[in-house]
Design a protein around this ligand. Structure first.
Ligand SMILES: [Zn+2]
Ligand SMILES: [Zn+2]
Length: 466
């Protein structure tokens, strides 16, 4: 059996791992690589393998760095099944279309530049039609339901606790060349205990070969509960100042998590019932998908629903779909909360809210997710006093607050706890989905603290026979 790491190797994006066994090819994830525009475009457009020769695909979860290149895979000749959970399938139906729109818009921008230089236009990596077509190949299955994905390869999904529908993939493989059975476990992205809405990550008791994420292999988060307390304090303080709370948040997952948490805090009377606006069409579409998948909920939210009804709806909550609705928020003078995308404040409606509110000291800009270097979100976290929005300089007079504990990724201790539960230690372990520092730190900890043997941090395109 051979494994080749075609993405998320010594970086966090572009998850794609190809397994070749018994003359069959199975792809784990087909994510978009997200880096600089030019590099991303080249890498994502040119798949590193013959798409038509891939027999089946398994998708761990709907995030674009895992699912985003599936339309290109299908466009390039793939005709197998894309196996995933039901919630992942439905999330992809909105997220891949949104991604296709972004690809089309990106190319328009690139083509304007090319036209000025007299160069011919380029095609998008995929368009909306390709994304819709890709959905034909999805084949969903529930958690804990073993299914033969290819002859002699059986897949089972366990809860990964990372986002709605996220799965740990357990593959039981009859390796006919080596004449033995192999259990290959792919962690996908691992979540943490106590994240609202979704269940905690499940443990695996044995693995022969392990492919594991390492995003936070060298860092720890504050406990989830402390983050909720911090959110409560920030809202109450801003409310007393008569200010607005502007929250840049990813439309998928983080927004629903915040809405539900605010709902809980209001029911408990820990915060006032101030108006809350979710201002992002993708977030609105995604929230509808969340409502369709109570099978992926944890016990707490199920109980909450019994007494309070819709966890993602309450009297003072409004979803702003149209641009007009979004613009109306500019005129609000009383305290309110707006949750809007993009999560790193790079584009989207959040920029208008920031521009309007950043100059007033009574307001709060609340950062609730990891911010990549060179983004507006990161500049705010780093305390820059003047930032550029839509090309104009703005003094940062609003308060900037940061909550780190809402992360959907296990931290170092949680990764080690999860790996430590694998009582029959894997004979080979591969660490993916982490920058080098994180992956190497996790490798050392697995070997030194948990006696794992043969832990590798694969380089891009590196193959291993296992
Ligand atoms: Zn993810
Ligand atoms: Zn990921």
């Amino acid at each position: 059996m051979k494994i080749t790491f075609h993405g998320a190797a010594r970086t966090v994006t572009g998850s794609q791992h190809l397994i070749e066994v018994n003359d069959q090819r199975l792809l784990l994830d087909c994510g978009l690589y997200q880096g600089s525009r030019k590099e991303s475009f080249e890498r994502n457009r040119n798949l590193p393998f013959d798409a038509a020769s891939v027999d089946a695909m398994i998708l761990s979860h709907a995030h674009i760095d895992h699912s985003g290149n599936i339309p290109n895979l299908v466009k390039s000749g793939f005709r197998g099944d894309v196996m995933c959970t039901f919630a992942t399938r439905d999330l992809c139906s909105t997220m891949l279309l949104d991604s296709a729109h972004i690809q089309e818009r990106d190319v328009e921008f690139v083509n304007k530049k090319r036209a000025r230089k007299g160069e011919p236009p380029v095609e998008p990596i995929y368009n909306v039609e390709d994304a819709v077509r890709a959905l034909d190949f999805f084949n969903a299955v529930g958690y804990h339901r073993q299914r033969e994905v290819l002859p002699g390869i059986y897949a089972t999904f366990l809860d990964a606790g990372h986002m709605l529908g996220s799965a740990i993939v357990v593959l039981d493989i009859e390796d006919r060349d080596a004449n033995r059975d192999v259990r290959l476990v792919f962690s996908g992205d691992l979540g943490r205990k106590g994240i609202p809405i979704i269940r905690d990550p499940e443990y695996v008791d044995h693995a022969d070969v392990l492919i594991m994420e390492s995003t936070y292999g060298n860092r720890t988060h504050e406990p989830y509960f402390d983050s909720e307390k911090k959110l409560e304090r920030i809202i109450n303080e801003t409310y007393k100042r008569g200010g607005a709370i502007i929250i840049p948040a990813f439309a998928v997952g983080r927004t629903q998590q915040l809405v539900y948490t605010l709902h809980k805090l209001m029911v408990a009377r820990d915060i006032p019932r101030l108006p809350v606006y979710v201002d992002s069409p993708l977030a609105i579409n995604t929230t509808s998908v969340f409502r369709l998948h109570p099978e992926a909920y944890d016990a707490e939210i199920r109980e909450f629903m019994l007494s309070e009804g819709d966890p993602f709806g309450f009297d003072s909550l409004r979803y702003a779909r149209s641009v007009e609705q979004s613009k109306e928020l500019n005129f609000l003078r009383e305290p309110f909360i707006v949750i809007s995308a993009s999560g790193m404040a790079e584009h989207g409606r959040i920029l208008h809210h920031l521009r309007n509110r950043i100059g007033e000291p009574e307001n709060t800009i609340l950062i609730v997710g990891w911010q990549a270097p060179n983004t507006l979100g990161r500049r705010l976290v780093e305390g820059e006093k003047v930032v550029r929005i839509f090309g104009e300089e703005h003094k940062v007079r609003a308060r900037v607050e940061v909550i780190n504990g809402f992360s959907g990724h296990a931290d170092r201790n949680e990764l080690l706890e999860w790996a430590g539960a694998i009582s029959k230690r894997p004979r080979r372990t591969f660490l993916v989905h982490g920058e080098e520092d994180s992956a190497f730190a996790l490798r050392d900890a697995l070997q030194e603290e948990l006696s794992f043997e043969q832990v590798a941090v694969p380089e891009l395109r590196q193959s291993f026979t296992v």
